[in-house]
Ligand binder design. Structure first.
Ligand SMILES: NC(=O)c1ccc[n+]([C@@H]2O[C@H](COP(=O)([O-])OP(=O)(O)OC[C@H]3O[C@@H](n4cnc5c(N)ncnc54)[C@H](OP(=O)(O)O)[C@@H]3O)[C@@H](O)[C@H]2O)c1
Length: 189
């Protein structure tokens, strides 16, 4: 096997909603806590989220999601960059155009104490080769790992093969959001 076992794992309401006010109810929080317990029990090496989901977590990003892009940078080859090959766990961000400005190269503690189990997971950004040189220098300065999943569009099969080969990710939790989950539906990643 040259790619991870992939578990699709999301929380939804009985009427199929993946976001909504139910998250903020006492019952909702109880089930989010259970979701995290199962997450930990599965003990996967990495989780994966789409770019839009990260934008729901402002504590994880630079203020206003604005990256400090260096100016007049030299060309940088489109080769994968592994900043931390020995991390205990990884959090993979699908960010094909390089739109995320990171607050750190690991998962940070948000306002809720429910997700502290994820704090410290090392970020891997999944890009296409069309991102700018400045953005790649920015990620290197931040020590955020990145891999290329294609020239103009992402080939998810290639992405998961690289996650396995470069980081030893043998079990991946695909955790949303909805668009990313839909992209995986019916395909062989
Ligand atoms: N209930 C749960 O368990 C749960 C879990 C996670 C998230 N959520 C919620 O889900 C919501 C976000 O879900 P979402 O569906 O809007 O976004 P998402 O799945 O988080 O992000 C969409 C991702 O798909 C990419 N994409 C879109 N079309 C593509 C294509 N043709 N090829 C390759 N990549 C493509 C986008 O890239 P671009 O950067 O180019 O747009 C982006 O990275 C948030 O509100 C979040 O809180 C809920």
């Amino acid at each position: 096997m040259n790619r991870p076992y992939i578990t699709c794992y999301m929380l939804n309401s009985l009427d199929g909603k993946i976001i909504g006010e139910y998250f903020n109810t006492e019952r909702g929080r109880e089930y989010i806590a259970k979701y995290e317990q199962f997450h930990d029990k599965m003990d996967a090496k990495a989780c994966m989220f789409g770019r839009v989901t990260f934008m729901d977590w402002p504590w994880q990003l630079a203020p206003e999601n604005k990256p400090e892009l260096p100016e007049n940078v030299p060309h940088i080859d489109r080769t994968d960059y592994v900043a931390d090959v020995k991390a205990d766990k990884y959090c993979v961000a699908i960010d094909q155009s390089g739109k995320l400005a990171w607050g750190a190269n690991v998962m940070l503690r948000g306002s809720s104490d429910i997700y502290t189990n994820r704090v410290g997971d090392h970020i891997i950004s999944v890009l296409t080769e069309k991102v700018s040189d400045a953005y790649l220098h920015y990620l290197r300065n931040m020590k955020v790992s990145y891999i290329f999943g294609g020239k103009e569009t992402l080939d998810f099969r290639l992405v998961v093969e690289k996650l396995y080969a470069l980081f030893g990710i043998d079990h991946l939790l695909l955790e949303g959001g909805g668009r990313l989950m839909a992209l995986s539906s019916g395909r062989v990643w």
